[in-house]
Ligand binder design. Structure first.
Ligand SMILES: [Zn+2]
Length: 295
């Protein structure tokens, strides 16, 4: 188990997803313990609870979800059962966290692959919005709505020490995945390129001194970035959006307009296999191209 003490009362807990990929749970400790995300269903709760027991921290009272993806909310049900903690997420994603099957079903209609439909977390989720603030361990955190990767993605910002917990809001060149086609690097994953770029700009303007991303990324080392590496990572993430947009526009112009062909083309240039996540990103770009054309 790898746990990094990012600052006093701020723990970053690695939850292994595969040999080279992890997802993070952030534990804010002090008079109570507050979590940001809960990892995967298999490894999240056991990894986290072992870490917290070892450190004899106060009981968990709240669990904030950056977004509804399975590798961020996987351990929710068990953690809520064991702690009685309140779960909070952006208003746009409360329903998806309580029952992610609607999103799974929408993805499964994509003709690229059959989607494994995630099971519901069976928890009540309280809605929060941009600007929600909390204090724990002598530190104030603000929830920032940074849509793009998902509609209601939240990041958490501590202004005094310039720490930004970004979850999946910074995609770099794409997160390595483990799928039926083996281990590879996905393409950046977002549902709305405009919103994603705006969120990158917003995070860049904060000039964070510490940035924590949920997953490893081939574009930078590790998941905790500091100093000038942060601006480079945010800038590199924005460059990838324009790169994909240019590819999609070329495909559209050359008449290669059906989604499957465009996904295959974009994935080929990233030397990866087509995935559902890639299809979501490419569909979002195609919608952008078609909207621009109709203006
Ligand atoms: Zn995600």
């Amino acid at each position: 188990m790898t746990v990094t003490e990012l600052a006093e009362n701020v723990l970053v807990v690695d939850v292994a997803m595969s040999a080279h990929l992890s997802t993070k749970i952030i534990a804010l400790t002090g008079e109570r313990t507050v979590l940001i995300d809960s990892g995967t269903k298999d490894a999240g709760p056991s990894t986290l609870l072992a870490c917290l027991r070892e450190r004899r921290v106060a009981p968990i009272t709240e669990i904030f979800c950056t977004h509804f993806h399975h590798d961020h909310i996987g351990g929710l049900t068990q953690l809520v059962e064991e702690s009685g903690a309140v779960v909070l997420a952006h208003a746009a994603e409360c329903g998806l966290i309580a029952d992610p099957s609607a999103f799974g079903e929408a993805l499964s209609r994509s003709r690229l692959h059959g989607a494994a439909i995630p099971s519901g977390s069976s928890v009540n989720v309280r809605a929060i919005w941009d600007g929600y603030s909390l204090e724990v361990g002598g530190r104030r955190w603000e929830a920032l709505h940074v849509p793009g990767h998902t509609w209601g993605h939240l990041a958490f910002w501590n202004e005094d020490e310039s720490i930004l917990i970004a979850g999946d809001a910074v995609q770099g060149v794409g997160v390595p995945f483990r799928g039926v086609t083996g281990q590879g690097t996905g393409i950046p994953y977002y549902v709305d390129p405009h919103a994603y770029l705006d969120s990158l700009d917003r995070m860049r303007a904060l000039q964070p001194e510490v940035l924590v991303t949920a997953h490893e990324n081939p574009a930078w080392d590790g998941t905790i970035l500091r100093g000038p590496d942060i601006d480079s990572a945010l800038a590199a993430s924005a460059v990838e959006v324009e790169r994909i947009d240019a590819m999609v526009r070329r495909c559209e112009k050359s008449g290669l307009g059906d989604v499957e062909s465009v996904v295959a083309h974009v994935c080929h240039s990233y030397e990866t296999s087509p995935t559902l996540q890639a299809a979501v990103t490419v569909r979002a770009h195609l919608a952008r191209v078609r909207r621009d054309r109709s203006l």
